[in-house]
Design a protein around this ligand. Structure first.
Ligand SMILES: Cc1cc2nc3c(=O)[nH]c(=O)nc-3n(C[C@H](O)[C@H](O)[C@H](O)COP(=O)(O)OP(=O)(O)OC[C@H]3O[C@@H](n4cnc5c(N)ncnc54)[C@H](O)[C@@H]3O)c2cc1C
Length: 612
């Protein structure tokens, strides 16, 4: 199978020590530790995710080999462990390190973002005084009952009660309001704005309780704004299937994984209509790490691409409901609470859902564990010979200034492809392997709406949108817990999730070429561009009196993840890349690879064990 599905969750030069070191006075340290009391990143809107500036130093280093960071301030801080990267994997590493070695062990977590959690980010939208909680990345605990003992125990320690989701998730919400899976065709690409009550693919099927197609294949294809020939082809695809392949039964399984989905569409089903092919390309979305143009028939089938009949997505034990209102940020917050107990009131992950975290507490000199945000690590080096070194120095940039701390151990829980640019002296084979670890770009835009009457009127729970930047727009998951109530009715505020999997311009171009092109395009856009796109999308889809963009849209957070789902590297490169190196070990979901929170936790656990 090419790529990792939701179900399966499913060069540069080394930076020299360079600049000279000066020691830091106590007042400067105190200043750095104190964040403004109003500092509360979940409530920020605009460009979020990897927000502007967060990757600047990493890009300077990786793209142009920049290493002249200026005079480094050497802090008199020594840690038992420094963790590079404050995502779920890094936070888990910090947690297991203390568990294994003692709660008195001093740990520093450094992250380049203004908030902790990595991909697991919380978004809040305050709409007419009502705060709506949602997620800006890592969405749901996928199949948590299939977790191994380590993860199951960790979830238990964090107070995650899996049974609780059975009632916290409102299974009847979509049916009660008649909200189903539809397709929005936009004027720009399809010649007219039109809503058809059929998703034309299996993608929406993971949303528990969402109603399916309200039209038959025949009626839906007839309504699609395509040429007559296009409509015929669409119906042929919808009524197609593997039985049309001229392959003996016993060879079918191998055949479908060895042959291209787009070839099947074009050769077996005779599809050449650009509209139908566009619908097909965008029908897998974030179930996978590429458009379906790069998938085998087997992969396209398993992610429910255009033409594959709805299939059950999860087994009965594992419906897609293990979702905190802020997604897996709920897990990240529970980890932070264990590491820095004074950060918030509440114990279990559920009790923390409505807690406002006090970011001032994250980096107190008096704490055993400190989490330092807005800090990009640029250089990590053993002090002395690799075999005998007792310490590692860690240099990071904060507020444009370089600082250095010392640690007995380091876990690199950051993007693995960046590690060769940061860690000095890695064996060449390992460095080369790490550079090959890829990530696909992904974007989750969250929109604060005054009400969802227009969505309700049209029966939209999730709209596939093959002509738009955001190929799907959906009502957030209906979860209420610990005093947080999901929107009760169409007149109440809500959050819409808009999902964009950016692809390259050339259909069928190699994956890495498409990622690079899509990433460049993503990073070249300003907030105003996204706002305009969201305006056109929602206004075209929700025509009529009940929706007015300027009246009804209160806030937009564009969570851009230029480096989103981990895709690993070729052959054995992931295993070679993640090998321990002296006092430094490697975590992050990249080191499995697996775009999955449970995997991220396991990689944190492994990296700590490897430290000995
Ligand atoms: C949009 C999106 C949706 C997802 N949905 C799901 C889902 O529903 N379920 C699921 O299980 N998984 C999902 N995932 C996969 C997600 O990657 C994992 O769940 C998990 O959050 C990964 O955690 P991590 O700690 O390994 O990596 P990350 O979350 O990427 O954390 C690594 C951190 O290290 C930081 N870092 C990088 N370089 C440096 C440096 N030089 N100095 C300091 N810090 C650095 C990064 O910026 C980041 O904050 C999703 C991912 C994305 C992008």
């Amino acid at each position: 199978m090419s790529g990792i599905t939701r179900r399966d969750f499913v060069n540069g030069t080394l930076i020299g020590a360079g600049a000279s070191l000066v020691s830091c006075d106590a007042s400067k340290r105190a200043l750095m530790a104190a964040l403004d009391p109003s500092y509360y990143p979940p409530a920020l809107t605009g460009l979020r995710g990897s927000h502007p500036g967060s990757n600047k130093h990493a890009h300077d280093s990786a793209w142009s080999g920049f290493s002249d960071w200026g005079v480094t301030t050497e802090l008199s801080e020594t840690y038992d462990l420094v963790v590079v990267g404050g995502g779920i994997s890094g936070l888990t590493a910090a947690y297991f390190f203390q568990k294994r070695h003692g709660a008195d062990k001093k740990v520093l977590v450094l992250d380049n973002h203004d908030d902790f959690g990595g991909h697991a980010k919380r978004n809040e939208h305050t709409i007419d005084g009502d705060t709506r909680i949602t997620y800006g990345g890592s969405q749901t605990l996928v199949e948590p009952r299939h977790s191994n003992k380590i993860v199951t125990e960790l979830l238990g320690d964090l107070g995650v009660d899996l049974k609780r989701f059975e009632t916290a998730y409102d299974h009847g919400f979509f049916k009660r309001h008649g909200l189903g899976a539809v397709t929005y065709f936009n004027e720009e690409v399809f010649g007219q704005d039109k809503l058809v009550q059929h998703p034309f693919c299996n993608y929406p099927n993971y949303v528990e309780g969402l109603m399916g197609a309200k039209l038959s294949n025949e009626d839906a294809a007839e309504q699609a704004p395509l040429s007559e020939r296009g409509r015929e082809q669409l119906l042929r695809v919808l009524n197609g299937g593997l039985h049309l392949l001229d392959v003996p039964e016993g060879e079918l399984e191998d055949y479908i994984y060895a042959n291209s989905y787009f070839d099947y569409l074009k050769r077996t089903l005779g599809v050449d209509d650009p509209g139908v092919l566009k619908m097909a390309r965008n029908s897998g979305l974030d179930w996978a790490t590429t458009g379906t143009d790069l998938m085998s028939i087997g992969s396209a089938k398993s992610c429910g691409a255009l033409g594959f009949a709805p299939v059950a997505v999860y087994d009965e034990e594992n419906p897609y409901i293990h979702h905190f209102p802020d997604g897996n940020a709920g897990i990240a917050r529970a980890l932070v609470k264990r590491l820095v107990p004074q950060v918030a009131e509440g114990e279990s992950a559920e009790q923390l859902v409505t807690a406002r975290f006090d970011y001032e507490e994250l980096d107190r000199a008096s704490s055993v564990v400190r989490i330092r945000l807005n800090s990009t690590v640029v250089h990590v080096e053993h002090r002395g010979e690799l075999e005998s070194a007792a310490e590692v120095s860690v240099k990071y940039i904060q507020g444009g200034e370089p600082y250095q701390v010392v640690a007995k151990n380091v876990v690199m829980a950051c993007y693995n492809m960046m590690i060769p640019h940061i860690v000095s002296g890695l064996p060449l084979e390992q460095a080369a392997a790490l550079r090959l670890q890829g990530k696909s770009p992904l974007q989750y835009t969250t929109v604060g709406l005054r009400n969802w009457e227009a969505m309700n009127e049209r029966g939209i729970g999730l709209a596939m949108s093959p002509g738009n930047m955001h190929q799907a727009v959906l009502m957030d998951f209906p979860v209420s817990m610990e005093g947080y109530e999901y929107t009760k009715g169409p007149r109440e505020p809500c959050v819409l999730q808009m999902i964009s999997c950016p692809y390259g311009n050339t259909v069928g171009a190699p994956k890495l070429v498409q990622y690079q092109e899509a990433r460049r395009r993503m990073l070249s856009l300003q907030f105003e561009d996204y706002e305009e796109e969201v305006r056109r999308h929602l206004s075209g889809m929700l025509t009529g009196e009940l929706f007015d963009f300027d009246r009804d849209v209160v806030s937009i957070s564009v969570n851009r993840w230029a480096h989103g789902y981990t895709t690993g590297g070729p052959g054995d490169s992931t295993r070679i890349g993640r090998q321990p190196f002296g006092r430094i070990t490697i975590a992050n979901a990249d080191s499995a690879p697996g775009a999955d929170a449970k995997t991220a936790m396991m990689m944190g656990y492994r990296a700590v064990n490897e430290l000995g």
